[in-house]
Design a protein around this ligand. Sequence first.
Ligand SMILES: Nc1ncnc2c1ncn2[C@@H]1O[C@H](COP(=O)(O)OP(=O)(O)OP(=O)(O)O)[C@@H](O)[C@H]1O
Ligand SMILES: [Mg+2]
Length: 445
Amino acid sequence: MKILVVDDNVDVIKSLQDVLEDYEIIGCSSIGEAKEILSQENEIEVAIIDIMLGEENGLDLLSYIKSSLSNIECIMISGYSNIEKAVLSIKMGAYDFIEKPISYQKIKVVLNNAIEHKKYKELFSKELKKYEIIGNSKATKKINELIEKASKLDFPVLIYGESGVGKEHIANLIHLKSKRGKNEMVKLNCAAIPESLFESEFFGYEKGAFTGAVTQKKGKIELAHNSTIFLDEIGELPLSQQAKLLRVLEDKNIIRVGGNKPIPVDFRLITATNKDLQNLVKEQKFREDLFYRIGVIIIEVPPLRERREDIPLLTTHFLKQVSIENNIEKSIDKDALDIISQMDFKGNIRELKNLILRLFGLSEGKIITKNDLEYILNPCKQIATDSIFEKTLPLSEAKKLLEKTYILTQLRLNNNNISKTAISLNVLPNNLIRRMKELDIKVSQ
Ligand SMILES: Nc1ncnc2c1ncn2[C@@H]1O[C@H](COP(=O)(O)OP(=O)(O)OP(=O)(O)O)[C@@H](O)[C@H]1O
Ligand SMILES: [Mg+2]
């Protein structure tokens, strides 16, 4: 790891080189030299800068780095008489400062912390990028505005939308951008827990609370202390549990099953559902008071077919993502994109993403075409129309061709993996191989 040390006292550079032996220290004594080094080296992680650089001011270099190379952390060295400038440097974005005479113990600790901080910042921006909301439709812009608002406030958020529209994606982004974003968000899918287990999942239990409770266990709400809890499919929460959740939201404390001591909890609630909660309220399946409590900020995410303008951007986004992951670059041509933009996507963005992954995997060339798309959308028809339905054949020939077409299709869907294809077709791999030989099917592995 490379560290830049800028100090007009060569002895300081030398002694830092001795002390920080685990790092590659690049030293120089003026701002001009520092800028020169920075323009050539792109692996410098941290810069240690003396504030009094002879005639020059180290703060000038700090401001240059922060405005142009903001991912380098800066640690300032300050003499006693410069303490005000050192304090100012923190405001300007320096990570920390150390006073002269330099304590080598301290510089090691500060440097380690700066590197940790940098790593954390990089991870954090990667996470933020992962949950970026792609799309330029009016609806998506509105969603982005609501996300901005919701992440600045600490109110409960309710996210509505069909399956696959991005409810969890949005919840992740709100949490990350919020003041609680440094802690991990706790997730619980209300549809996946049997009613009898809700209480112990939500509130945890004390040792001996019931048979099988051999140790104490914290519940999800307690685990979300100082963080966010995401309750997915909140519409599935049984009425008995709705009352308990409401009580927690009001009292801000929980009691573990088998316990009697209220434990204070400070969490932010985000819920999601694809059910119309207002209808459930009318049908008396969802408590009205809970509905108002959880829906302080409501985000409605329309289905993809009602915001088709987002489809091209989403398509290229997913294609770029999978290209990077696989180190193979593929793009899509306009005809194919036009067809995709007209599709209905009952499974919304999730279905679109899966389609793009399959297209990426199955298309032969670097550019995904209409043919690739048609092949995936209707593989049997694609092969069969060419060879069977356009001419009259003896039945035995037609049967063979259909069988060949079907096996070929299954092979392509399974990436030419014979064992997987055999499982899909419910035959033994050896029998499949024999039949492939008989039908003259050759595949590249
Ligand atoms: N606007 C978006 N930009 C980029 N990716 C998105 C966007 N919205 C959703 N996704 C991606 O689409 C997929 C489905 O999203 P998600 O799981 O959040 O949907 P959901 O609404 O929670 O679905 P379900 O109701 O089935 O749980 C995920 O891979 C998610 O990362
Ligand atoms: Mg979901």
